[in-house]
Design a protein around this ligand. Structure first.
Ligand SMILES: Nc1ncnc2c1ncn2[C@@H]1O[C@H](COP(=O)(O)OP(=O)(O)O)[C@@H](O)[C@H]1O
Ligand SMILES: [Mg+2]
Length: 279
């Protein structure tokens, strides 16, 4: 569904490339997590996948990207936005309306969704984002977390086949963060939606993502199945990227005991490993 080949990008008037020779592919219905330190190029990659690079951000562009068969350079932003929905890292730059309902409505009207369908789309998107009760509120009266959910709902209402979420839980508490990830899982399962999430909450990300890509200085340092990437916990920690605590602990124990223990990515696996060590 998403195929990025040797992609490099340098923002206009910048000396250093923000992305260097990035090659990543995500199958239809796949779930890719992107991690890396600040300034690694994660947001730039999200912008390139949904076409706002190069359409809104000029610069030097090399390599090839294909999203659902569309080339973000050649396709119009209108066609791209029907296919790919991006939830911005900075939600306040995404939200343009004064009222919550208008924010959801705006995209639907732009897409020419038949009027008869609109109320149900709004209702469902708000319910999926867990904010059915906020429909008649002003955006200004909401907390940061509630605004984040409005931004997510406004994208969900458009029902894109590809969802790119740039740190979508930055303002959310643990319960709401998990709800967002559970919803993404459901959208994949029931509708084959392809998901890319950039996320700092690594434990949560690792529980849901099949594949991880680690970016550093604009390049892919490592990518592969989540568990394989996490096996390099020391490398991630050296970059300043958190690992799930149970993963770090299992790697540390592996080294201390001088014997290869399984890579634990959740509490159940850590418990199982601990039990085996004790018997
Ligand atoms: N609009 C922009 N114009 C110029 N440089 C930018 C712009 N956005 C990001 N950059 C630069 O590109 C690099 C990668 O940034 P970004 O993609 O935001 O990283 P991340 O999301 O991983 O923190 C950084 O060096 C950053 O300063
Ligand atoms: Mg970013």
């Amino acid at each position: 569904m998403i195929d990025i080949q040797s992609f490099s990008f340098t923002y206009k008037n910048e000396a250093e490339p923000a992305l260097r020779d990035v090659s990543i592919s995500v199958p239809e219905g796949g779930f890719l997590g992107i991690i890396g330190p600040a300034g690694a190029g994660k947001t730039t990659l999200a912008r390139a996948v949904c076409g706002i690079i190069p359409h809104h951000y000029p610069g030097d562009y090399y390599g090839r990207i294909s999203v659902g068969g569309l080339d973000p350079v050649e396709a119009s932003l209108t066609d791209l936005s029907r296919l790919v929905g991006l939830v911005f890292q900075d939600v306040d730059s995404q939200i343009i309306s004064t009222m919550v309902e208008d924010e959801i409505l705006y995209g639907l009207e732009n897409f020419g969704i038949p009027h008869a369908e609109i109320p149900e789309r709004i209702r469902l998107a708000l319910a999926q984002a867990g904010i059915a009760d906020l429909q008649d509120r002003t955006v200004a009266s909401l907390s940061g977390g509630q605004r984040q959910k409005v931004a997510i709902a406004s994208i969900l209402a458009l029902r894109p086949r590809v969802l790119v979420l740039d740190e979508p839980t930055g303002e959310l508490d643990p319960v709401s963060s998990r709800q967002v990830f559970s919803l993404l899982k459901q959208l994949r399962k029931e509708h084959g939606v392809t998901v890319i999430v950039i996320e700092q909450k690594i434990m949560l990300l690792c529980e849901f993502a099949e594949q991880l890509a680690v970016l550093d200085h604009g390049a892919v340092l490592r990518q592969g199945p989540t568990r394989e990437v996490l096996a390099h916990a020391e490398e991630l920690l050296a970059l300043g990227v958190n690992c799930p605590r149970v993963t770090t602990l299992s790697r540390l124990l592996s080294r201390r005991l001088g014997r290869e223990l399984p890579v634990c990515v959740n509490l159940e696996e850590a418990e199982e490993t601990a039990r085996r060590l004790m018997t």
